[in-house]
Design a protein around this ligand. Structure first.
Ligand code: NI
Ligand code: MN
Length: 219
């Protein structure tokens, strides 16, 4: 699997299927590219309906006839139905099993207009990646690897204000124990400025990899 940080909370996972989480390209000041430059996407995972996460989900789904995966109320909402994109609605605790991929929906502690916000665990080629979505710290986060299996990588927000700050995100790392953690959702706008090096320091001995928008790692 190849993991790319596109910027803000947008993450691309390339493997047997190409998975795009929280696509936010237009009006994203830190997006590494426009969505036209993406490879063909098979699944778009939206953690919730805030603009900085749902952003370009419908445009990319239309472009590639990709399947949108989201909480039931968002997947069945008027804006998704009118767009006629393929959508799979699910809910927290559930797992969608497709060819070469497993997508599980996890809890998060945040808000949204349609349904509950969530996170995702994506499993492909024997690798497992967690994207928490927007969330504050919650102690049940410790159960995610127990429920869905050991995590190879975790994308976690660190900016505070709307989500966990560096200290809370480091607490999440200690609970999740992923092989690698990658900070997201910071320094997009002045209001959400944060220090990824502080997050890395507080997460020790667990490993943190700070990816700049546009950077990738192979797993
Ligand atoms: Ni949000
Ligand atoms: Mn957000």
């Amino acid at each position: 699997m190849r993991l790319s940080f596109i910027g803000h909370a947008a993450v691309l996972i390339e493997g047997p299927k190409n998975v795009l989480i929280d696509p936010f390209f237009k009006n994203n000041p830190v997006a590494a590219m426009s969505y036209e430059k993406l490879p063909k996407i098979d699944f778009i995972l939206a953690t919730h309906d805030h603009f900085d996460h749902f952003g370009d989900a419908i445009e990319v789904a239309k472009r590639d006839q990709a399947t949108l995966v989201a909480i039931h109320e968002l997947a069945t909402s008027a804006k998704v139905a009118e767009s006629k994109v393929n959508a799979i609605g699910m809910n927290i605790g559930g797992t969608y099993e497709g060819e070469d991929i497993k997508i599980s929906m996890t809890a998060s502690l945040h808000s949204s207009s349609l349904g509950s916000p969530c996170g995702f665990v994506v499993e492909m080629n024997g690798g497992r990646v967690y994207h928490s979505g927007d969330t504050g710290f919650f102690s049940d986060i410790v159960l995610i690897p127990k429920l869905f299996g050991k995590l190879d990588a975790a994308f976690l927000p660190i900016a505070g204000h709307y989500v966990m700050d560096e200290k809370q995100a480091a607490m999440a790392v200690k609970a999740l124990k992923p092989k690698l953690s990658i900070p997201i959702h910071y320094n997009t706008w002045p209001l959400i400025s944060a220090n990824p090096d502080l997050f890395a320091k507080l997460s020790k001995p667990h490993k943190v990899k700070i990816l700049q928008p546009g950077e990738s790692i192979e797993m």
